[in-house]
Design a protein around this ligand. Structure first.
Ligand SMILES: Cc1cc2nc3c(=O)[nH]c(=O)nc-3n(C[C@H](O)[C@H](O)[C@H](O)COP(=O)(O)OP(=O)(O)OC[C@H]3O[C@@H](n4cnc5c(N)ncnc54)[C@H](O)[C@@H]3O)c2cc1C
Length: 470
């Protein structure tokens, strides 16, 4: 089986028994808790997209290992078209679920691994690429949901505890792991460049979801509580798929067999591995995914304007156009990053996006997203944060009062439904999520200073001014 259906994914989740802690409780059945269920349902909807012939071009790639069709989330980009379809997948999945494509980080991590393990084998004579390809062929054949993890704090870095004949034992913590709870496997990469002496932190491996010693401590916030305690999920801003679920992964002496270890101690290659992951992720998570969110927000904001009756007023139209300007500029940068992508390293057959345009996509949307949600809040009005429950409209005593209070060009129920949808974005977790996801913007600014040839620009200016080089 090369492509799983949404139902097959759900069936496979029922067989997994991860140790998941959320809001004071341990959960083993992810479909029983309403918050963990929303994450699983988002993943299953993304499996469903690959079943739809209308989305085949975007969602299905061709395995370079077997020539078989594979879900694009497990595809290694081999040309510009693959890169372009990858960023289109980020757009489509966001438009569909209004939350994370929880397979996205894993996809960008496996592209970085394909490139860097190949380079290591060429230079060091290791067998990492061979091992990685075996694992990838298995993941593709079973259409696994794979999440991705970078490492964060030096004190809690996932690190090597013991090397054995059959594998390694690792220990440490990884925070903010999107959808790891409902993924069959997580790819763990190093957190950044490492130097000699830091070999025990230089690790890349694939870990299965429910292995002994691995626990997931889920995020918990007002949106989690609202989902947990509401009696009707239809009332929520994103009824089926929720806000965006991450967890802190705790590796308490977890055993990883050698077949799943793709870097162990080679500090020199950690920086490359992370930079290659980042350039893919900034094009996709930054440039394209958030544009899908923006499409939803713009749609909801236009409905709010129509329901209030202000859709033809010039300043409203101007604000909507600004929202489109921010999002389409980022999408254009993501497309440019794909179109200017290239094989990296030469001979590997792996294509990665252009760094400068990928960073531009992410930095532009990090700033633009705040403007987009500001305009959604502006046009949606105070109701976005002051509305009572939709259900209160049915109360015999307060219902008639609310219908009078919130009815405008459209009845109160329609206005309140849209207000709740906009609340999900404007007063939810996505502003900070967009800012930090794929790296805090200072990282992209730093990349601009590295990637921009300022001397060449000065030369151009001097030439036009008729100034000579000293
Ligand atoms: C919604 C969401 C989902 C995520 N999903 C995943 C995932 O699936 N997998 C994964 O691996 N990660 C994930 N992340 C983590 C994400 O990559 C990090 O949040 C991001 O890289 C920022 O790191 P941080 O959160 O540790 O913030 P910090 O790095 O602590 O940043 C806080 C501030 O400190 C500044 N700062 C930090 N270090 C330096 C420095 N050396 N020099 C100067 N300034 C510095 C930053 O610029 C920023 O202003 C997710 C994050 C979010 C918010």
């Amino acid at each position: 089986m090369a492509l799983k259906t949404a139902k097959e994914y759900l069936d496979s989740i029922k067989k997994m028994k991860p140790r998941v802690y959320i809001g004071g409780k341990w959960v083993t059945n992810l479909l029983e808790n309403p918050v963990t269920k929303s994450m699983v349902m988002a993943n299953s909807a993304i499996y469903g997209l690959a079943e739809d012939p209308a989305h085949k071009e975007v969602m299905v790639g061709t395995s370079h290992l077997t020539g078989e069709p594979v879900n694009r989330n497990l595809n290694v980009a081999r040309n510009i078209h693959d890169l372009d379809m990858r960023q289109e997948m980020a757009l489509l999945t966001s438009q569909t679920v209004g939350t994370c494509n929880y397979r996205c980080v894993g996809c960008d991590a496996l592209n970085s691994l394909a490139s860097t393990t190949w380079e290591m084998d060429q230079a060091l004579g290791t067998k990492y690429n061979e091992r990685f390809n075996k694992w990838l062929a298995y993941a593709q054949a079973n259409d696994l949901a794979v999440s991705g993890a970078q490492q964060d704090d030096i004190d809690t870095f996932v690190h090597l505890v013991e090397k054995r004949d059959d594998g390694i034992v690792v220990r440490g913590i990884k925070v903010s792991q999107s959808g790891a709870i409902g993924s069959h496997e997580t790819l763990v990469l190093p957190g950044g460049s490492l130097k000699e002496g830091e070999e025990k932190f230089a690790l890349a491996f694939a870990v299965q979801n429910s292995v002994p010693g691995l626990s997931y401590i889920c995020q918990y916030n007002a949106y989690s509580a609202e989902r947990e305690f509401c009696d009707n999920e239809d009332e929520l801003g994103n009824p089926l798929y929720g806000q965006r679920e991450t967890s802190t992964m705790y590796f308490d002496n977890v055993f990883i067999p050698w077949e799943r270890v793709f870097l162990c101690g080679e500090t020199k290659y950690c920086g490359k591995m992370v930079t290659r992951f980042a350039k893919a992720h900034r094009m996709n998570c930054g440039g394209a995914c958030k544009v899908g969110f923006a499409d939803l927000i713009i749609g909801g904001t236009m409905m709010a304007a129509e329901y209030i009756g202000v859709e033809k007023i010039p300043h409203i139209q101007e604000k909507i156009i600004d929202m489109v300007r921010y999002s389409e500029t980022s999408h254009a940068c993501a497309i440019a990053a794909a179109m200017r992508g290239r094989e990296e390293p030469k001979g590997s057959g792996v294509f990665l996006p252009d760094d400068l345009f990928g960073n531009a996509a992410k930095l532009n949307i990090a700033h633009g997203f705040w403007e987009i949600i500001k305009n959604a809040g502006d046009i949606g009005g105070g109701l976005v944060v002051t509305a009572p429950r939709l259900k209160d409209l049915d109360d015999p005593e307060v219902g008639p009062v609310l219908k009078k209070a919130f009815g405008a060009a459209a009845p109160a129920d329609k206005r309140m439904k849209v207000a709740k949808f906009l609340q999900h974005w404007a007063a939810g977790l996505h502003g900070v999520g967009t800012w930090h996801g794929a790296g805090a913007p200072q990282g992209q600014r730093f990349m601009f200073t590295l990637l921009t040839d300022f001397e060449a620009k000065k030369k151009l200016a001097k030439k036009l001014m008729g100034m000579k080089d000293e």
